[in-house]
Design a protein around this ligand. Structure first.
Ligand code: P6P
Length: 323
């Protein structure tokens, strides 16, 4: 099996991008190691702090963020970083070619129950003359991404990556090398599996309520087939399932926070996951337009998400057009 660097070189990936991806993987391997130490390292549980999202930070959120920040700030390739755990962008090298946004540990509420979590990352070109700590430099639509991916810390440690030429999966070996284990992943266009947090049902808007109600009617309902449901409360794990066997994942707008378009963040959750899903032949929308066409207004802005099997996502979009 080919190692990550060999594979990327064979795909004629630009050398600087290969170097940056390898740097990200060095940080993620350190995070993986910390996670597997878990309680033995005394780093489970929550801190006393809240992040800019108003969420209580887990100790490992902070550990993962610091590992990524310190690793990337040392690189001549990186002009700045934006993290879910940082209120403002952090400048790195003034001539760096790239900007990196990341969610250092997505699904961290699952850490204490030993369920899969992940690091999500997005790589953008640094605009000419921009500063790495300037919010405006990062406000680029998802279609501008140079590369995107996640590292899933599960039973295996997996890298799922796109540089714009399809989606490939890599597994971390005992020797610390990532080996390509699935190439040119394709999401099935149809599905019988949906993922949504059903406890929010009474807060959804009418089209989502109607769409889910129709799925739940199974063979007797308008969709004329039985649907299964999954909810892991870790977007990385849900997206990985969808890349592996299809499905639809939804975190739509709900009335609990009507001023927010959704719970998930555009720049370091919505956009990178949307690039992966589209590159694998799926669809990723905010139920009105493709997420990668949403013009960002703020680094931590949120977005409604419906992504996965192309035909299923398009059925949901039709429910919204009918309202
Ligand atoms: P809820 C994790 O906190 C996260 O950002 C996503 O990874 C996940 O899909 C979602 O929130 C879970 O949200 O409301 O079900 O806890």
């Amino acid at each position: 099996m080919q190692r990550l660097t060999q594979f990327l070189k064979q795909k004629e990936t630009p050398a600087e991008l290969i170097e940056l991806i390898n740097l990200l993987m060095a940080a993620c391997k350190e995070i993986d190691h910390k996670l597997r130490e878990g309680a033995l390292a005394g780093i489970l549980g929550a801190t006393e702090q809240e992040n800019v999202q108003g969420e209580t930070q887990k100790k490992l959120d902070v550990v993962a963020n610091d590992i990524l920040k310190l690793t990337l700030r040392e690189s001549q390739l990186v002009r700045g970083i934006a993290s879910e755990e940082e209120p403002d962008p952090v400048a790195a090298h003034p001539e760096g070619r790239f900007l990196v946004t990341f969610d250092p540990l997505d699904g961290s509420s699952n850490i204490d129950i030993n369920v899969s979590v992940g690091t999500i990352f997005s790589i953008l070109q640094a605009p000419e003359g921009s500063r790495g700590d300037d919010h405006a430099a990062f406000l680029q639509a998802g279609r501008k991404q140079v590369a995107a991916g996640y590292v899933l810390y599960g039973p295996s440690c997996l890298l799922v990556l796109t540089t714009g030429d399809g989606v490939n999966m890599f597994t971390l070996g005992h020797n610390g090398e990532f080996y390509v284990t699935r190439e040119q992943v394709q999401i099935p266009a149809t599905t019988q599996e949906f993922a949504i947090n059903m406890s929010n049902q009474r807060f959804w808007d009418a089209p989502v309520k109607r769409y889910i109600a129709d799925l739940l009617q199974g063979e007797e309902g308008p969709r004329e087939k039985r649907y299964n449901m999954r909810w892991i409360a870790s977007m990385v794990a849900e997206v990985h399932r969808i890349l592996t066997r299809g499905g639809i994942f939804m975190y739509p707008w709900d009335a609990r926070a009507p001023e927010k378009p959704g719970k998930l963040r555009l720049m370091y959750e919505g956009n990178p996951m949307s690039m992966l899903v589209e590159q694998a032949g799926g669809r990723s929308t905010n139920t009105q337009i493709d997420i990668m066409d949403v013009p960002p207004k703020a680094i931590h802005e949120r977005v409604s998400v419906a992504l996965g099997s192309k035909e299923e996502v398009e059925v949901l979009m039709q429910y919204h057009r009918e309202e």
